[in-house]
Ligand binder design. Structure first.
Ligand code: KDG
Length: 308
């Protein structure tokens, strides 16, 4: 989607100036992975309009393969506005009903493309867009599973798009099929209930979800081996200030996938996820903070940047 965000905090209704940029969970992950030096593709449907052209240019400009993107002449590109009031979590206002992306369907999938990938990243947003988009997500997962492509899944629960009672069975169904499930703690609680992290993870496991990595913001992340007893805690990477938390979870997913692609252990991959997430929250915008590989390496080594 095209994202309109204002630099001045305050109610959306009082804003007069907006910056035009882009956002969207899956494209955020793709961009962050491309910056880390990985070969990555993203696909969707975009309207045959200036916003669609803009999104394509931006994502392509990041080095993401957009060759499977479909330009839809019959529906517009989705847009959204971000409202930031003080230190509250930003609020999103979506204009995406009947958008080109909501018309995604099984016929749009290049199965060989998915089968040729090492990872397929799925968000819980696309299945919320329409029945046909939901079918596409399940089909892509089936193709990936048959091909041995690993699946990462971030539930990205968006209650503005669907009711939790409708969302829950769909998201749990996807989670059961995924190799790595990356919910925020509150999202995991929405899915299965429970309070302490250990209880939440156990509940997800008893739902048939094999590997869960629960993100708990500044506390870090928690995971547990499928048959394990002990909770593994990976502390967050220290960050000075949260300017805008949007896009942090997508950054985490990208850092995590990047770590696995580099053959790192699960804990190291989670740490890499934290580092990308920490960079994301330090600036406005969903994608602006995602680091390049050399910046991440500096961070890992504790190198102090020369400023002047
Ligand atoms: O994870 C960040 C996304 O929420 C944001 O980029 C926009 O995809 C989006 C959504 O639907 O909220």
């Amino acid at each position: 989607m095209v994202l309109f965000q204002s630099w001045k905090p305050g109610r959306l209704r009082d804003q007069t100036l907006f910056e035009k940029t882009i956002g969207g969970a899956e494209s955020n992950v793709a961009i962050a992975l491309a910056r880390l030096g990985h070969r990555v593709g993203w696909f969707s449907r975009l309207g045959d309009d200036p916003f669609g052209q803009y999104i394509l240019q931006r994502i392509r400009g990041e080095g993401v393969d957009t060759s499977r993107v479909i330009i839809d002449r019959h529906a517009p590109t989705g847009i959204y506005f971000k409202e930031t009031i003080g230190s509250e979590e930003p609020r999103m206002y979506y204009y995406r009903r009947h958008s080109a992306a909501s018309r995604l369907s099984i016929a749009d999938l290049d199965e060989k493309y998915i089968a040729g990938a090492q990872f397929l990243h799925v968000s819980g947003i696309t299945p919320a867009l329409s029945e046909s988009a939901r079918e596409l997500v399940f089909h892509a997962i089936d193709v990936a599973k048959r091909a041995g492509t690993k699946i990462t899944f971030d539930p990205n629960i968006r209650l503005k798009l669907w009711d939790i009672d409708v969302a829950r069975p769909v998201l749990l169904d996807i989670a059961r099929r995924a190799d790595y499930v990356l919910p925020g703690l509150e999202e995991a609680r929405l899915l299965v209930g429970g309070r302490p992290v250990l209880e939440v993870i156990r509940r997800l496991q008893s739902e048939g979800v094999s590997r869960v990595i629960v993100k708990a913001g500044a506390e870090g992340a928690y995971t547990m081996a499928p048959e394990g007893e002990t909770l593994v805690h990976v502390p967050a990477f220290p960050f000075a200030q949260v300017v805008d938390p949007t896009g942090a979870g997508d950054g985490f997913a990208a850092g995590f996938i990047s770590g696995l692609l580099k053959g790192k252990s699960l804990e190291e991959a989670i740490r890499r996820g934290h580092m990308v997430g920490a960079k994301a929250v330090a600036v406005h915008g969903d994608i602006d903070g995602y680091p390049y590989e050399h910046e991440l390496e500096d961070l890992e080594k504790g190198n102090v940047p020369i400023l002047r």
